[in-house]
Design a protein around this ligand. Sequence first.
Ligand SMILES: NC(=O)C1=CN([C@@H]2O[C@H](COP(=O)(O)OP(=O)(O)OC[C@H]3O[C@@H](n4cnc5c(N)ncnc54)[C@H](OP(=O)(O)O)[C@@H]3O)[C@@H](O)[C@H]2O)C=CC1
Ligand SMILES: O=C(O)C1=N[C@H](C(=O)O)C[C@H](O)C1
Length: 270
Amino acid sequence: MNPQALRIAIAGSGGRMGQVLVETVLGLPDCRLTVALDRPGSPSLGADPGRPFGRETGVAVRADFAEALKDADVLIDFTRPEGTLAHLQVCRELGVAMVVGTTGFDPTGRAALKAAAADIGIVFAANMSVGVNLTFKLLDIAAKVLSQGYDIEIVEAHHRHKVDAPSGTALRMGEVIAEALGRDLASCAVYGREGVTGERDPATIGFATVRGGDVVGDHTVMFLGDGERVEISHKASSRATFARGALRAARWLAGRPAGLYDMQDVLGLR
Ligand SMILES: NC(=O)C1=CN([C@@H]2O[C@H](COP(=O)(O)OP(=O)(O)OC[C@H]3O[C@@H](n4cnc5c(N)ncnc54)[C@H](OP(=O)(O)O)[C@@H]3O)[C@@H](O)[C@H]2O)C=CC1
Ligand SMILES: O=C(O)C1=N[C@H](C(=O)O)C[C@H](O)C1
């Protein structure tokens, strides 16, 4: 065991992302899984989170997060907004850094993350993959070059279990494009269409959502002009890409001052 290893806590350790995060941490020599959290009543409580991967971690899944987080340097949280915000309070009190991948926050939740970042380091990103974060840069360029005469539509597809829509990534793509064009996403977004909608308003950014099967996460932004169409797509085929990004963020946070960061900071793309 490496005594210098970064002590990692994982919230929602039995979830789809939680399990991949556990497996990823167990493969890293400079990180140690010291805390695995799940909700009260979860069947995984008390079990070794390494068991599905044939590993013994010496850790048992717990629900008493206020006590458990005393044993962590960084909490990686891919749960639900209400769970993340409860963990946030405790991390702030204990000085534990956070990597937040949870999506679906309302403005109050986002404000709480920002406020807590006065005291602790937080990396908050709707998508932790390198590919999507590169895509954000490409979208900024495309939106500026195609600012006149192109209609912008964002289409995303995810597995049948996803509970929020549009995806956090699609919304972030919309924000990047709106910022590049000097527009306010809240006032120019159109979330789905039905009935007699009238002709398309060129100032809008449209969103469409597909849910089904086991789709890990597909995003396509279309810039539709007269005589041509530019499409920028990212397709995730494994959740490992998000988990690797989250662990990269956790290590990047170690020793950084308090503040709210995102994956553009972690990847040096700012
Ligand atoms: N930023 C990124 O790169 C990515 C972000 N995500 C986001 O991560 C989140 C989780 O996704 P996914 O793993 O698919 O979801 P899952 O539903 O598979 O897992 C969520 C986990 O969090 C637990 N949980 C749910 N509610 C709470 C709560 N109130 N307090 C504490 N724990 C809770 C669940 O427990 P239980 O089973 O008991 O409900 C479960 O263990 C979503 O918001 C998703 O959009 C996903 C992939 C990549
Ligand atoms: O819920 C998911 O699965 C995913 N959620 C994130 C989002 O909402 O953008 C990221 C990824 O696409 C997978």
